[in-house]
Design a protein. Sequence first.
Length: 150
Amino acid sequence: MKILINISVTIGTFAAMEFVAWFTHKYVMHGLLWHLHRDHHQGHTGFFEKNDAFFLIFAIPSVYCYVTGLMYNDMRLYVGVGISLYGMAYFMVHDVIIHQRFKIGRNSKNSYIRGIKRAHKIHHKYLNKRDGENFGMLFVPFKYFKTAGK
């Protein structure tokens, strides 16, 4: 029974992280910390960008949950696992598939991949912090899947 609870906590945390990512993207990255996110919308030189700092910002709660979950043998460990799994999925979708930091799967015919690429492309047409749409990453509105092949 405990393993089912741990798996549920991990899956629930993973799902909740999409809302955390959406909220942080819309109100923090396009708000108070725009100076770190700006180069992601307006261009940068080199492999890394200031926006990559958000990887570290999101890693802090995950590390905290791993450490305290292991110290006290409680479900925080599985919260940390859920955050980490979301971070890996976000990296694969955002950095590898969408922005092609590593040239993998460039011409995918997969409808999910085409839909999230379309949604992200629409998000990036806005170059300033005030305007914008679609701040999610893994779960985007259905309309982007309907127009992904066009």
